[in-house]
Every structure is written in C-alpha cells, then in structure tokens.
Design a protein around this ligand. Structure first.
Ligand code: ZN
Length: 275
C-alpha cells in the first residue's frame, strides 16, 4: 500500500490561471485532502466563498502563500506592506490555515541597500508577531534560493532564517518553511535543519532541473532533477517534523500547461518514490 498520508499539493502546481474552486475540486476528486492556498486565487474568489469551498471538499489547508514582501525603503509603502500582512493573517485564519508562508521581498529598483532591506523585513516580522498570536496563525518564514535575492527574497539561507527566529524569540508565533529547491545546494543544510528543529512548520518539495531555464518559474516535479529529496525529508523528520510534505511546482512552461488531473496523478506516482 502506497503511503500518501503526508501528501499535500500546493494550488500553484496547477499554474496561476486555474481558479480556486477547480484547484480544490481536482484534488478532492483524486483523494488528496491537503492543500496550500495561493493567495491571489483566494482573493479572486473571496475569503468567505473560498473557506466554504474548502470545507465542502473536506480540504485541510497547510499554508496560505505568499505574504511578507516588506523591504521597501519608503516608509508609507513599508507600512502598507505590514498592513497587508495583517490582512493575510486574518485570511489565513478564515480558511483555517496552519501557517502563513512569508517571504522577505527583494530590493527595489535602484536600491543597493541589502542590509537595510533585511533589517526592514525583520522589523516587519517583529510587528507581526502579536498579530500572529491574535489570529492563532503561525508565520512561516521561508528563505528562497540566493538567486532570488535581488528580485524576491533578501532572506536566502536557512541559517539566516534561523538567526531571525532567534532574534524574534517568538517560536509560538514564527516558524520556518524548508523548501527543497531553496536549501538543497547548501553545504550546511544538514546542520541547519537540525538546528531548526521544532521550528520547522512546513516542508515544500520540488526538484532542481539541471538545465533550468527560468529563475523562478522552472521548478521540476520530484524525480526530474538533481535534488535528493528523500534525504532532505529524512533530515526534517530527524529534526522532529511530522507534518505534510507539500508538492509545490512553479513551472510555467511545463507543468502549468498540463491537464490538472494528470498533474495530480503524476504527483501521486512520484511522491512515494522520491519523497
Ligand atoms: Zn516553497
């Protein structure tokens, strides 16, 4: 008997176009009971309807993504970003999400102030800690691969994310998201996952294609690339993580072009083999 008990599939694996309801229904039809919700899809359908669709399909929500992106040097824009994160926490609570997936944001056009960008995101997280406690939704901070540092995430190693957690000192409100795509290359990954320990609140899986064609939107399906996903899964398990393993494939040219039912079935074939 193949064990799918830890399988979750992120809505973004079906691309940006497939509407919220269709994403949830194709999973339910194929026996998948856990999903991560892509925030733009939820906002398109509305939080109330979204929550109802999830309930009707018996779907459990791991994370709501993405949030964060609070690095702006412009004080008004920074405050607006913090407010948007407050709203995201409320939305996450409304759909009973376990956590809010939070990436840091990158550098603004023309800015070279990397340290300032990092400080501003850390300060934003500090402001959001009481909001996470108020809503009962944990903030899951996710470092992205360093190639995303300029455009998307000045928080780009697990070690840096752990340091931020140390500084925030709010383990009840802030956890860590480990994504195979972002951490696999890191020579310190085993040590850092051990160090992350009980702070790990999510484990995202996908593969690194040897001839990757896009910085952000050419992730591979588990099994198609070079990442030893099983080894990373054993490491997070060894650190005490027992939660879902969430297949999250940003793939504009390949998987997003395929039939959603086919995508789910292939994930289900690959999962017991590679995760
Ligand atoms: Zn991820």
């Amino acid at each position: 008997m193949v064990d799918h008990s830890r399988l979750a599939i992120h809505q973004i694996t079906f691309g940006e176009e497939l509407p919220f309801r269709e994403c949830v229904e194709v999973l339910a039809r194929n026996g998948v009971t856990r999903t991560a919700v892509w925030r733009p899809k939820l906002q398109a359908v509305g939080v109330e309807d979204g929550a109802r669709i999830l309930r009707d399909c018996g779907m459990e929500v791991t994370g709501l993504a993405p949030a964060g992106l609070a690095t702006s040097p412009d004080p008004a824009a920074w405050r607006a970003a913090v407010d948007d994160n407050r709203r995201a926490l409320d939305e996450a609570a409304a759909i009973d999400a376990d956590h809010l997936v939070t990436i840091s944001g990158g550098l603004e056009q023309g800015s070279k102030d990397l340290e300032g960008a990092r400080n501003r995101m850390l300060e934003a997280l500090g402001r959001l800690v009481p909001e996470a406690r108020r809503t009962g939704v944990r903030i899951g901070i996710e470092p992205l691969h360093p190639m995303m540092c300029a455009g998307r995430a000045v928080l780009c190693t697990l070690r840096q994310a752990i340091d931020w957690c140390d500084e925030l000192d709010a383990d009840d409100a802030v956890g860590l998201v480990v994504d195979t795509y972002s951490v696999w290359w890191d020579p310190n990954v085993a040590r850092d996952i051990r160090r992350a320990g009980a702070r790990i609140c999510a484990f995202h899986v996908n593969d690194w294609l040897l001839d990757t064609r896009d910085l952000r939107l050419d992730r591979g399906m588990p099994g198609d690339g070079v990442i030893d996903i099983r080894n990373l899964r054993r490491l997070v398990d060894g650190a005490g993580y027992t939660g879902p393993c969430e297949v999250e494939v940003f793939s504009a040219r390949d998987w997003w072009q395929r039939n959603p039912g086919e995508v789910v079935r292939i994930v289900q074939q690959r999962f017991p083999k590679y995760v």
